[in-house]
Design a protein around this ligand. Sequence first.
Ligand code: TXA
Ligand code: MG
Length: 330
Amino acid sequence: MAQIVKATDYNLNLCKQALVNSQVIAVPTETVYGLAGNALDEIALHTIFNIKGRPLYNHLILHTHSIKNAEKYASFNPLARRLAEQFWPGPLTMILPKKDIVPNLVTANLDSVAIRCPQNPTFLTLLERLPFPLAAPSANPFGYVSPTTPEHVNCSLGDKLEFILDGDDCAIGIESTIVDLRNPDNTKILRPGPISKKALEEAGGTLFEQAKTASKDELRAPGMLKSHYSPNTPLEITTLDQLKRLITSKNQSAFAFIFQKRPDESLYQKASNIYWLSENGENMEIAHNLYQLLRATDALNYQRIYIEDIIETEGMSVALKDRLSKAASQ
Ligand code: TXA
Ligand code: MG
């Protein structure tokens, strides 16, 4: 198992030394935990792909501590600068033309790079101490649910890592919004996330197209693959009415039920196979709990997990619906 280390000065230096020596460590971000290595070091990059079991055609996000630093690795246009000023540090990843210094392994030979400046204070402090940016995919085995606690990382990748930098539970709990800004006249949201289409359009003063989920052949971003972020137990999305019918059915104890708490549901509170996605129906709370619940129920050998559907309106609900459908498609 890896050592989960608090962000003391001593431990931050330990992490820095490990990274300088081409090692890979797990780091906290406000979205999900990342598997981080020196983005300019091919040995570290290969290690990330090996630990994650990720095919080399999947590009990695480059994490930096400031807009100024980011400009060393990507060519910013005025729109990208405006969005960075508005949303960084924060859960927005921008696809921009890459500069030569970025290794092709980071970008899977594309001439664009995905870049973001994260908000988690522990991760930012670490980035500020480093003379290089960090490449970091989510710290889960390829295709599995992203981790939102240090324990999640330890559970699935702990035997392959020396350190997990502890930054508590991820404040947001689902991955960043990814926008393609290579052409400011044709901007696309490649992965919906915590920064909504409306917020992007207001800040950018331009419309954003929501890109469709890609098939395996036309893969642009693995986050766009239909089957991604999935638990091993079959997961089925149901309506609240269906859930209620199932809960009272005969062999219901073989199943896990995940839904939002409502005042009239106190009835079911005692059953051990019932889990609350939220106490109050707020999307921020659902995002914070979603991956934790999927991982927790997946570990308990249920035959199937039933989860209440997300009503997709605007903002976070779009991202939640996206992650839920990906988790449920096998
Ligand atoms: O919140 C997040 O974004 C987290 C934390 C750790 O920062 N990271 C994350 O990384 O979710 P990952 O690798 O699991 O997902 C990043 C997505 C992948 O689907 C990747 O293919 C896509 O970003 N991506 C990276 N570079 C790209 C590029 N140049 N063009 C298109 N998509 C790209
Ligand atoms: Mg991922």
